[in-house]
Design a protein around this ligand. Structure first.
Ligand SMILES: Nc1ncnc2c1ncn2[C@@H]1O[C@H](COP(=O)(O)OP(=O)(O)O)[C@@H](O)[C@H]1O
Ligand SMILES: [Mg+2]
Length: 103
């Protein structure tokens, strides 16, 4: 639909961008669900890596207001510790760190 309208308006150049756009979720804090359905995920795995590698690693308090991504971040950590390599393709922790994503 959007594609067609853009073509009519002579804006073919934007088709690629529109085709690459991912769906945004506002109601899933399930990392596996977001990745498996190719929904937009803002990569926060660099922070997960920092946290895992941190020296002061006994307790962490995520002091952010509601809807700031705490639950999704925890779900991401869960997937990391489960070694779900299949879910991290293209994300920072898999591509740019030495972290071994193994079950
Ligand atoms: N890194 C992210 N990438 C994409 N969407 C996100 C991200 N973090 C949070 N969201 C979206 O924001 C919503 C609220 O996040 P959530 O983890 O439930 O917040 P909190 O637990 O802090 O209340 C999620 O359901 C998800 O749709
Ligand atoms: Mg929450």
């Amino acid at each position: 639909m959007i594609r067609g309208l853009r073509r009519i308006a002579g804006m073919e150049a934007y088709d690629t961008i529109v085709d690459d756009m991912r769906e945004i979720t506002t109601d899933s804090a399930d990392f596996e669900h977001i990745r498996k359905h190719n929904l937009l995920y803002v990569d926060k795995t660099m922070y997960a890596y920092e946290l895992i590698r941190s020296e002061a690693r006994r307790f962490f308090f995520l002091s952010r207001p509601r809807r700031y991504g705490k639950s999704l971040f925890c779900s991401t950590l869960h997937a990391i510790f489960d070694g779900r390599r299949d879910l991290f393709t293209g994300l920072h922790i898999a591509e740019h760190t030495d972290y071994e994503l193994t079950p």
